[in-house]
Design a protein around this ligand. Sequence first.
Ligand code: UTP
Length: 293
Amino acid sequence: MSIFKAVIPVAGHGTRLLPATKSQPKEMLPVGRKPVVQYVVEELESSGLNQLLFVTGSKKRSIEDHFDKDVDLLELLHKGGRQNLIEEMKYQELNVSFYYVRQSVQRGLADAIGLARGFIDDESFVVALGDSIIGGIRSGALLRRMIDVHEKHKAACTIAVEKVPPEEAFRYGIVEVGEETGHGAFPIKSVVEKPNAEEVPGDLAIAARYVFSPALFDAIDRTMPDKGGELQLTDSIDLLIRQGLPVYAVPLTEKERRYDIGNYESYFKAFVDFALADEKYGHTLRHYLSRKL
Ligand code: UTP
């Protein structure tokens, strides 16, 4: 595998989660015992990615603090003999290097990723949205499959997709795919962001993980702002497709699931699923919920 770099955009305002996100990043909201973005970083590390660039913004400082080794806190835990808590802090020793770039004005996801150009140079790279967890049995398996497809097909872009009910398609970026071409990859014919009911091209939604070749940066330069003045990543991907470059979809397996915590409905569902799966507290919570319901 020759891809080691990943970009994690975390600069968005998170307006759909106000007031919780008034002064803290949505990516730091807990799902079960960990903040969302910790799951993302652990997934990237277990897929072999070890150079991670956060695209941050104002009010996002706590993300940097979370991944910085806190020597004083560790010493305090050692002195108090709190071995179990020291174990919980082991994520600080992940085998990754963190880098940061700031998006001062939130001009959309494509604009945020465009800021990674200097960091990426001339290599392919992964983009993992900082507000979405991929749940499943083996963390990192999805990205490894995607990187494999990306390299075997010499793709310009490889996107994770998941099936969604047609009546929910208006919430997502939706792709239209052709016949499978091997290695579990489907060529993407078109992509549309949040389609109207009459223009939905299928039931496969973009699922928060991407692999790109550096060709993306030229496409971002040519992307026109949407009605709200933001540069949409789906529009940049559409330009890659129109250029005739190979763009592929890799579906999540039945055991994998994308948890987008960007709105309260899906955030609550994610929290319940992860809390129920917690090895220490899940059992009691299940008991409590079944009595309550
Ligand atoms: P979203 O579009 O869901 O985030 O972007 P948002 O803009 O924060 O959400 P709302 O609509 O205001 O509630 C998905 C990911 O991309 C990042 C976000 O931080 C999130 O992790 N993002 C989005 C950026 O880094 N910059 C942007 O300009 C927009």
